[in-house]
Design a protein around this ligand. Structure first.
Ligand code: 5GP
Ligand code: ZN
Length: 138
């Protein structure tokens, strides 16, 4: 299922041409237009899903296999020193395009990519009561 107003649907399904690194029935992998580092790629799901909350179990199960293939190939070819695999859900988490995609970001010693947070006091952690509620909701 695609959304006619969604640019990533159009790219993923080949309506808008892109420099594709990998494609199968469910995904297309392209280079990011504003890369964080050399080789930064994004894995686009072909069936429109805004984010992880409405991604199908099938696509959820398969996307990491694609990430692994791309990461291994990038590591071999680009000789990068590390690799971040990440996926943003919601504006608060940094999502800017609301069609699910996974970032594959090769890392190089001394590069300028910043993916970090300030660790908070453990007292800010959720209570056992809330943990129980989550456990029962899964
Ligand atoms: P988000 O912030 O939603 O996790 O990531 C969106 C990513 O998509 C950004 O890294 C942005 O540079 C990339 N992007 C946005 N529009 C396009 C596009 O039209 N083509 C490509 N190749 N990348 C795009
Ligand atoms: Zn879409």
């Amino acid at each position: 299922m695609t959304d006619s107003n969604c640019i990533f649907c159009k790219i993923a399904n080949g309506e808008i041409p892109s420099k594709t690194l990998y494609e199968d029935d469910s995904f297309r992998v392209i280079l990011d237009i504003s890369p964080a580092s050399k080789g930064h790629a994004i894995i686009l799901v072909k069936n429109h899903a805004e984010n992880i909350y409405n991604l199908s179990d099938e696509d959820a199960g398969k996307i990491y296999v694609v990430a692994k293939k791309v990461a291994i190939a990038m590591q071999k070819v680009l000789k990068c020193d590390g690799m971040n695999i990440l996926q943003n859900n919601g504006e608060a988490a940094g999502q800017t395009v609301f069609h699910l995609h996974m970032h594959v970001i090769p890392r190089y010693n001394g590069d300028k990519v910043q993916i970090k947070w300030t660790p908070q006091d453990a007292a800010e952690q959720i209570s056992e009561e809330v943990a129980k509620e989550i456990r029962e909701t899964i």
